[in-house]
Design a protein around this ligand. Sequence first.
Ligand code: MTE
Ligand code: MO
Length: 426
Amino acid sequence: MTNKDDKSGLRQAGRRRFLHQGAGMGASLGGAAALGALAAPAARAQALTVPPWTREPGEPVLWHAYGQPSGFESNVIRRNRGAAPMPGANSSMTPLQDLRGIITPTGLVFERHHAGIPLIDPAQHRLAVHGLVDRPRIFTMDDLVRLPSVSRIHFLECSGNTGREWRAPSASSVQISHGLLSCCEWTGVPLSVLLEEVGVRPEAAWVLAEGADAATMTRSVPMAKALEDALLVYAQNGEMLRPEHGYPLRLFLPGFEGNMSIKWLRRLKLGRAPFMTREETSKYTDSLPDGSARQFTFLMDVKSVITFPAPDHRLRDRGFYEISGLAWSGYGRIQRVEVSVDGGRDWREAQLQDPVLDRALTRFRLPWRWEGGPAVLQSRAIDEAGNVQPTPAQLVAARGYESTYHYNAIQAWRVAADGRIANARA
Ligand SMILES: Nc1nc2c(c(=O)[nH]1)N[C@H]1C(S)=C(S)[C@@H](COP(=O)(O)O)O[C@H]1N2
Ligand SMILES: [Mo]
């Protein structure tokens, strides 16, 4: 794209070339043949002009000292269902329908706060570690960031994500139905390193983690998880955490429900038994059909969703489209994703985009030709532990209707003949 006079022309030529190559690709990807001959008529034969932005120098360097997306992308923002009854106790969702890779840009990462965002001076922040330890201690942020650190790419999903789809299709946007989900690079000190500093007593079996927000969010973490891969995170996507994600320090538990990754972390207490906090007794438990309830359902189940096309989009022309979406599991890597475009009669294996990482979002793609008629699109993920994403009927059979957390059923989008897309049940 070096010849500025010919930008749009190159773009059109490139598009046609891609669509043409698509024809060859189709055979090996099964069934998506005849991808060529589909450049939309409007994309052909246009006069090339020299646009105003080519005639004079553009904005200077440092136009934004902290970079911003193009103004033409201003609709790509976090959104939610509206005001919540309690000030500060609300969430916002990631615009999955507009994202292209596996990493969530930090400014678009969903938020879930139970009592607002505390604005914490890192110089004032402290982390206390006490209980069944040999050397109880209060750490400053300077103490903590000096310790050996690691970086890991993992998804974070609120266990309430998609919970409102339980009884019937509800949200008319994939952002609202599935957007309590992100995937970032997390940098921090392994909790095991800190626990070695303080000396864990042999009787210690659980760690209480407490946040410094007005919710003083508290959760009990099993010692095995604390020692295995729990992180004391201070940076996200390469820069220090942002206030809404726990600045200056949060716990991060790969593969576990988002609620346990306590933000604004101020205290860790080691004990013999779980601490039975509100968030693990009243909340974040799962009622079952027989009247009992599951407690401590830490792991996020295998799940996937098609992010394009979704109800947020509308198909304008028939012809080639790339179906694309995200798959993830708290049990490990995604092994396989299958996609159906006919309401679940036939399933085709989607391509997984490298890298396929442990407990990270995995992008899948499938070439598709829309003939202009009705279609029902679904994706089904299978993880390396052999877990298969259930249908809504299978999920309800196992869990009933009284739960809100850990909904991971197959999502269907219905494409109408006019190209509009709706949330549906296959
Ligand atoms: N201290 C504290 N930690 C918290 C919360 C909170 O309200 N307070 N919300 C939890 C919930 S329910 C989720 S899903 C995640 C959301 O993390 P995020 O806002 O960085 O996406 O943080 C968890 N940690
Ligand atoms: Mo959550």
